[in-house]
Design a protein around this ligand. Sequence first.
Ligand SMILES: *Cc1c(COP(=O)(O)O)cnc(C)c1O
Length: 363
Amino acid sequence: MSSSPSFWSPIVGQLVPYVPGEQPRVPDLVKLNTNENPYPPSPRVIAAIQDAARQGLQLYPDPESVALREAIAAQHGLDVGQVFVGNGSDEVLAHAFFAFFQQRQPLLVPDITYSFYQVYCGLYGIAAELQPLDEQLRIAVAALARRAAQGCAGLVLANPNAPTGIGLTLDQIEQLLRACPDRVVLVDEAYIDFGGESALGLIARHPNLLVVQTLSKSRSLAGLRVGFACGQRPLIDALERVKNSFNSYPLDRLAQAGARAAIEDQAYFEQTRQAVMHSREGLVLQLEDLGFEVLPSQANFLFARHPAQDAAALAAALRARAVLVRHFKTPRIAQYLRISVGTPAQCDALVQALTDILGAARR
Ligand SMILES: *Cc1c(COP(=O)(O)O)cnc(C)c1O
């Protein structure tokens, strides 16, 4: 039981807050611990933000972010009423949990996935029923569909999953959508642009599908805080109601302008995401050469374990060599490291550090 100073609302002492990866203020670190994009955002983003900063910061931003939503809608063949935007996809997810999952039955959540989902459940009093991944750390789709059909508050999935990097096919997503047509299936596509198949094209056929994406990873804008959700109108209307009961202006003028420019610069997006995917494939081979087992990743990170080395010790040894990776103490995955794909130079630094560490361990 947490301590609860007398000023706190009773629930505050019981919250289990999310713990983000470290953001150290040390220069020259090889930072591969929070799945940021190693490349800067498009130069058009910087220009758009500078323009926005010169015009009208004394005025409130557009509370409906119409220009940004139109750009997102146009890109995905949706209409603007099918797009909701928020201050990072974390905020979008929080509103979605509030809007859809406070039901009598439990929300179905994979046992190993983005840990923020359970944090929102705690915040909003939603019971989460954990659904075990299979032995290969894949989502057990058939079992999950069977369970969903028995009644639930809904389903939340990251596709590709985090921290495994393993993706689902659209057929598998549709199987889950059909298993609980009266509940929302939330598909968090934070990493979809690095090789997965987006479910955005299923929205027209499935009124219970909500797809959430972020500009933090594939658009190199983790620092700007922009995420969005797409779905049929009634779902988006619910998110708008929640948002307008919380904060009318979650996206400031700079964020709206910069995000829109990022969406519109398709060529830069293609170039950087291809570079990340290319580095990922090279890094997989190098890690395997060093003896790691690497899960098949469709994301901008790898999830890997070394059969002869303790993962926490490896993470500490890397840290001592100024390379940061993420290690989770969570039971089934405590022997894995999650390694964000960096620039070629950062990947080389990682491989060099691991070569040193493993060489020293053999001597
Ligand atoms: C990074 C991440 C997010 C959060 O993205 P923001 O838009 O930066 O809030 C959401 N879901 C998953 C699975 C992520 O990895």
